[in-house]
Design a protein around this ligand. Structure first.
Ligand code: ADP
Ligand code: MG
Length: 784
């Protein structure tokens, strides 16, 4: 845990993903970007032999890859000091022995030893779960109470219910082209009957056999005494294995097509049975903070006996997440005060920059700029996060800071998460800096190798002042002549570890983020970053008109969209995410695009979804930006800050399924130019609670207000996924309501390190290894 990783640590950080790749079947998919990319990172620097053994990996067939990997792992296992994990079963055999019933496995055991049936390990690995520890900590993202069925007579309109039963009949109707209604009658064990419907989801049809046992969750609609369910989640239940999925409080996991909830429950169950659940927190600390023990917590999150156990589990595991985060922050903080660049950052240069702008800075921008220039003038390395709503003027402020750096004779870099965003920033910076004699360059993957090389050379020779590009390209392939300031956009997509790597080259660092998270949380999540907030929008924006409508008024909504298109405008249509399943999400989007083509034959419509590669997404966005089509139908991938000023309408289908913060981000995609813009939220369900939530969006355009309100409205115990919190280490976090827990975790972390700065005491041995393992796995999954 010292500030410089030791060779043994580097070795371990390289070994883990390679072992996972071997365990995952050598498809070169476990390490995003591929094994060879991993080997080209500084991580692999000290291990030339390993690089040699694995060179050309992508071109090998799977058995040759396995041979090479084993050789590499042997090399990594035998150099340097032996680690605790060196004693763990090295994944060196083709078919590792599986756990005998009752046998304990180490937490690092590959998931295949869990004996989850044919293809089980592969399924787990497609979800990013490679070890026993991974499976244990892949918590359900929500729970359903299946202990007792609600009495159908008492169910209210709009209420969310779960029912279990057998399909007794099935109907299918296609009233008009592009519309398919599937309907079943489900008989519950007590003899009650409920009708369940699916609109335009042809892919569920094959699971609706008569006689199939199903568990359905959805919103109730009442027609007199009859109850109808519009289904949001369906599981088929196997008679033999139903015990984990029925008659209890049941966890619902993140999954993908072809991976059933039952399978995941079985895997979790086996992991719990096999895992050594020794607690890494000594008992007196657990008592002090009122925390249950680890075994109770892990069983309780996966298979709670009752609400009380589930609550205990949440309390404990959430505390642990914050504790590890705090420990990591504090340990990294050791090298936070570092010699950085010292800039003059002259006031006259700020004036010069502002004079060249077509506008004046807002007060908020000015304040933040002062905070930045203070940092730049000091000897210490700047590490500052600028948080501000979309369009609040972060980029303009960053451009000014880059200008100051260049005026002091340094180079600057601006890094974006995607190519399209890099292009957009490039265009903006050219606008801001071009007239001030600053030479701005672009470096993205889509350029020809020759153009890339040329740009790299110019950067190395100091012929370019500011380079804009994707983070990967800039970090891995650029030797700067004299880098002074690095600006990183949309930080939350990278994660803490990668930022540390960037900091290693010691420029001053400015991070921009539009994720509106409350201050207390920002401090925790971004620990070692100072925080600046731009809490004011530039004047003269025409506020976006927001309207919430019921899905019965869809036709009118799209009539309105068509009106805008006839005036030469463009529109986004975003479709609901179906939480457990990316493939279904894609199908839903495809279906929606087809529907719209029928309803709006004049409009040119195209599709964007999460399964596309980065290059494909960029291509679609580029064409949309060039107005080569009118309506972009998309899953939520457009959340990231893309600017298409000619788009004036954002339609959000099934708005009730999104978090408010997410709706707000989506709405921020329009209103980017001077044109009046609109956001239409179509709600498929209109219970009082839903209307109350969505009205907040209708009534406010302030991201911070919305984020707070959102957090308050969510009920206790509702688990948010990583996707929503935006912070990779926090799976259970409930950001606004956790202020106390955050405080306690921080207190404990400080206490622990005050007495034992390197966690060397034998009593803390488990804590230390848990900390190392959790952080490295998170780093790999989120970063590479
Ligand atoms: P962000 O990076 O926070 O999304 P930008 O810096 O890209 O915001 O600014 C959004 C838009 O507002 C840009 O077109 C920019 O030129 C403009 N802008 C920025 N600051 C101001 C200001 N103080 N007054 C008027 N317009 C501004
Ligand atoms: Mg921006």
């Amino acid at each position: 845990m010292s500030e410089m990783a030791t060779v043994a640590e580097l070795q371990e950080r390289l070994r883990r993903p390679l072992a996972a790749e071997l365990a995952g079947g050598c498809h070169d998919r476990v390490v995003a970007g591929g094994v060879e990319k991993l080997l080209s990172t500084p991580l692999a620097g000290p291990f030339p032999k390993v690089r040699e053994v694995l060179s050309g990996y992508a071109g090998l067939d799977e058995s040759a890859r396995a041979v090479a990997l084993r050789e590499a792992l042997t090399l990594l296992g035998s150099t340097g000091k032996t680690t605790r994990r060196a004693a763990a079963p090295a994944p060196t055999k083709m078919a590792p022995p599986q756990a005998a019933p009752g046998e304990r496995l180490p937490l690092d055991a590959p998931a295949e030893r869990l004996n989850t049936g044919p293809g089980g390990a592969r399924k787990l690995s497609t979800l990013g779960l490679h070890t026993l520890r991974d499976v244990l900590h892949a918590y359900p993202h929500r729970h359903e109470d299946r202990r007792a069925l609600p009495d159908l007579a008492d169910v209210e309109e709009g209420q969310k219910v779960t029912v279990m039963g057998t399909v007794v009949s099935k109907f299918r109707r296609a009233p008009r082209p592009g519309m398919l209604i599937l309907e079943i009658v489900l008989e519950t064990p007590s003899g009650g009957r409920v009708k369940a419907t699916w609109f335009n989801q042809p892919w569920v049809e094959k699971q609706l056999r008569e006689g199939a046992r199903l568990v359905l969750t959805g919103r109730a609609k009442k027609f007199g005494r009859q109850t109808q369910l519009s289904v949001e989640h369906m599981e088929t239940v196997d008679k033999a294995e139903g015990s984990l999925s029925t008659r209890r409080i049941v966890g619902v996991y993140d999954a993908k097509e072809g991976i059933s909830q039952e399978f995941l429950r079985k895997a979790a169950y086996k992991a719990l049975e096999a895992a050594p659940l020794d607690d890494y927190l000594p008992a007196h600390w657990r008592r002090k903070y009122g925390l249950t023990d680890l075994g109770d917590a892990l069983w309780g999150i996966h298979f709670p006996r009752d609400e009380a156990q589930l609550a205990r589990a949440h309390g404990r595991l959430r505390f642990d997440e914050y504790l590890f985060l705090e420990l990591r922050m504090l340990l990294q903080g050791e090298d936070a005060v570092l010699q950085g660049k010292r800039f003059e950052a002259r006031g006259e240069d700020i004036n010069k920059f502002e004079a060249a702008l077509p506008f004046r800075f807002t007060n908020a921008q000015r304040r933040v700029l002062l905070e930045i220039t203070d940092d730049m003038r000091s000897d210490q390395q700047m590490a500052r996060l600028v948080q501000g709503d979309v369009g609040s003027g972060k980029t303009a402020v960053a451009a000014c800071a880059l200008y100051l750096a260049v005026r002091d004779g340094y180079q600057g870099a601006l890094m974006a998460p995607t190519e399209i965003l890099a292009r957009q920033h490039y265009a903006n910076l050219c606008g801001y800096l071009g007239q001030l004699d600053v030479r701005v360059g672009l470096l993205i993957g889509a350029m020809t190798p020759k153009a890339k090389l040329e740009m790299q050379t110019r950067i190395a020779e100091g012929d370019v002042d500011v380079v804009v590009g994707t983070q990967a390209l800039i970090q891995e392939n650029v030797q700067f002549d004299n880098l002074g300031l690095a600006v990183v956009d949309e930080e939350h997509r990278f994660g803490v570890q990668q930022r540390r790597r960037l900091l290693a080259s010691r420029p001053d660092v400015l991070v921009m983020s539009a994720t509106p998270i409350p201050r207390s949380l920002a401090l925790t999540a971004y620990g070692d970053l100072e925080l600046s907030i731009i809490d004011e929008l530039p004047p003269g924006r025409t506020p976006i008109e927001t309207k919430l409508i019921q899905d019965t008024a869809r036709q009118q909504a799209y009539g309105f969209v068509m009106g805008q298109i006839r005036q030469g405008r463009q529109a986004y249509v975003v479709t609901a995410l179906i939480e457990e399943n990316e493939n279904l999400e894609l199908l839903a989007a495809t279906q929606l695009a087809d529907d719209l083509k029928t309803i709006l034959p004049e409009a040119r419509i195209d599709l964007l979804h999460g399964k596309m590669s980065a290059a494909e997404k960029d291509y679609v966005m580029e064409r949309f930006r060039a107005h080569e089509f009118d309506i972009l139908v998309s899953t939520t991938v457009i959340e990231v800050g893309v600017d298409v000023p000619n788009s004036t309408v954002m339609v959000i289908e099934n708005a009730e399924r999104f978090g408010l913060a997410q709706l707000h981000q989506l709405r921020g995609r329009v209103g980017r130019g001077s044109l009046q813009s609109y956001c239409v939220m179509i709600a498929g369900e209109t219970s009082l609670k839903t209307r109350k939530r969505l009205k907040i969006i209708e009534g406010s355009t302030d991201g911070f207000v919305i984020a707070e309100a959102d957090l308050k409205l969510r009920g206790p115990g509702e688990i948010r996924g990583t996707r929503q919190s935006g912070i990779p280490d926090l799976r259970l976090a409930d950001l606004a309501n956790d202020a106390d827990i955050i405080e306690q975790a921080r207190e404990l972390a400080k206490h622990i390190l005050a007495n034992d700065p390197r966690l060397e005491h034998p009593r803390l041995q488990y804590l230390r290894s848990e900390l190392q393992n959790r952080s490295s796995s998170v780093a790999y999954r989120e970063v590479i």
